[in-house]
Design a protein around this ligand. Structure first.
Ligand code: SF4
Length: 287
């Protein structure tokens, strides 16, 4: 199979590209997302939430390349045989690339590792996610933005999961950048439109020393059920994941516009879509 842009052998199939052209294509896609959704300002102090896996390592590498000054922040939940290994890769990556790394521990912050917590409680991802989000926000205070490695697959799964669970608030978080809210550090996702396969290929082609093993709790998670269904659906209907995200962003935008256009009538003070409400307009017309 030949690259669609030159005569080199293609290393990626959709789109068909050789190593050089795939790397250019991927980096442009990330840069386009950063520009289109205004993820970064020049003076932003950015912290990258890192796990040592392919996604966050890719974000760390690219933000260092595009933005310069970034700090890596990792959370060690205490998942034996998994997080200890990914953190070894992350420490090496940060050392090799001259990036400052800060690590925070569940055990130190909450008194127990995740493995111990789960002896008393089920739903590992729910417990883990709650503490991770809390800690990430707390430890990122002083930075303008937290960048995460969420890719298109993760985000399409999150949209479906939150719809199925009626988590309307969390649905608003599945966007390339979250809104500014007091007490919350803004989160941005430069890989929002990059598929899991694309990120894996990029990490591999760049030679990032990252493991591709999964968290042992993933198997029993709700996300895993949604992920498998979505992957099957994508096989049947190509482009479904991207479609979910595009429709989701449009819906969120429409809601914001309709909220913005909401105001109060200048005559009676009741809620209104325009300066004067329909009732007052009618009353005027009867005079
Ligand atoms: Fe935490 Fe679940 Fe992710 Fe494992 S799969 S790191 S338990 S959120």
């Amino acid at each position: 199979m030949i690259c669609s842009k030159c005569s080199e052998k293609a290393v990626f199939l959709e789109p068909k590209l050789c190593k050089k052209h795939f790397i250019d294509y991927f980096e442009k896609k990330v840069l386009d997302t950063i520009k289109k959704f205004k993820l970064l300002n020049k003076k932003d102090r950015v912290v990258v939430a890192c796990s040592g896996g392919k996604d966050s390592t890719t974000v760390l590498y690219l933000l260092k390349k595009f933005h310069g000054n970034v700090v890596a922040l990792a959370i060690d939940e205490g998942i034996k045989g998994y997080r200890d290994k990914t953190l070894v890769d992350l420490k090496k990556f940060c050392k090799d690339n001259d990036i400052k790394l800060q690590i925070y521990f569940f055990e130190k912050e909450f008194g127990k590792t995740l493995d111990i917590m789960l002896k008393k409680k089920n739903y590992p991802c729910s417990v883990c996610g709650t503490f991770r989000r809390y800690l990430l926000n707390k430890c990122a205070k002083g930075f303008h933005k937290i960048a995460t490695g969420h890719n298109m697959d993760d985000e399409a799964q999150a949209v479906l999961m939150n719809l199925l669970k009626s988590n309307t608030d969390l649905l608003l978080h599945s966007v390339p950048i979250t809104s500014k809210r007091k007490g919350f550090v803004q989160r941005m996702k430069p890989l929002y439109f990059c598929s899991e396969k694309e990120v894996a290929a990029y990490a591999l082609l760049k030679g990032f020393d990252v493991g591709f093993t999964e968290c042992p709790y993933m198997e029993e998670s709700f996300r895993n059920v949604v992920r498998n269904s979505l992957n099957n659906y994508e096989k049947e209907k190509k482009g479904s994941k991207r479609n979910i995200l595009e429709k989701h962003l449009k819906l969120i935008n429409d809601i914001k516009i309709s909220r913005k256009s909401f105001q109060y009538c200048s005559i009676c003070g009741e809620p209104s879509q325009s300066d004067v409400c329909k009732a007052c307009e009618l009353i005027k017309s009867f005079k």
